[in-house]
Unconditional design. Structure first.
Length: 215
């Protein structure tokens, strides 16, 4: 392990510890904090940001987008382009599972996303990916807190954008509801194939493949 890699791992360990001690969101104080080595490769050139851990997924497994139907869909999308979890980094706009009083999953509130944005900002700075892939509108909105943009899924999904001196690739969420109502699996696979043409998760952006669509 090089000194640079060791320093990066040490900084990531400090971030994990900070998240573990977070009590900013009252209804999620006792939830699993889904940020650990299970999130993937901290040296990856591709960072995925989803919405929040699911109660039947990451809340149980401690691995983002793993263990539930949404996780299965994400695995199918990764497999469609031959990518492995150990080659990428995955996190969420909110690092704990938000639930309704009946125990079902709930969308994170704007305040909860804002509370967690400090950790997302630190994670982005630490991972320093070439391409940021947001999955769903909540993840895209979370970036807007860190650095303002006017991107929407309706107008910009599946196209590389420029955000905060980074390449941003907004995509729809791989949840069953989103696949049924917004963008079916075939189209989502097509989005991932385009991502494959843009970047290699280990070596970075592929020359000559980027055409930014500015907002």
């Amino acid at each position: 392990m090089t000194s640079t890699t060791k320093n990066k791992q040490n900084e990531f360990s400090k971030l994990i510890s900070s998240v573990e001690n977070c009590i900013k969101c009252e209804r999620m104080c006792n939830r699993k904090k889904v940020l650990s080595d299970n999130n993937g490769n901290i040296n990856s050139k591709v960072m995925f940001i989803a919405e929040a851990p699911g109660r039947l997924g990451a809340e149980q497994t401690g691995i983002p987008l793993c263990g539930d139907k949404t996780g299965n869909n994400f695995e199918k999308l990764l497999n469609s382009i031959g990518w492995k979890r150990e080659d990428i980094f995955i996190t969420n706009a909110v690092l704990c599972n938000p639930q309704k009083t009946n125990g079902n999953n709930s969308a994170p509130t704007e305040k909860e996303i804002e509370n967690c944005s400090i950790y997302l900002k630190e994670t982005l700075s630490l991972i320093n990916p070439d391409v940021i892939v947001t999955l769903g509108c909540k993840a895209l909105s979370a970036l807007n807190i860190i650095y303002p943009h006017n991107y929407t899924l309706k107008n910009h999904a599946g196209n590389i954008q420029s955000w905060n001196n980074k390449s941003l690739y907004p995509l729809y969420h791989p949840s069953p509801i989103s696949i049924n109502l917004n963008r079916n699996m075939d189209r989502q696979i097509s989005d991932f194939i385009n991502l494959l043409l843009i970047v290699n998760p280990l070596s970075g952006l592929k020359d000559g493949e980027i055409n930014f669509y500015e907002n």
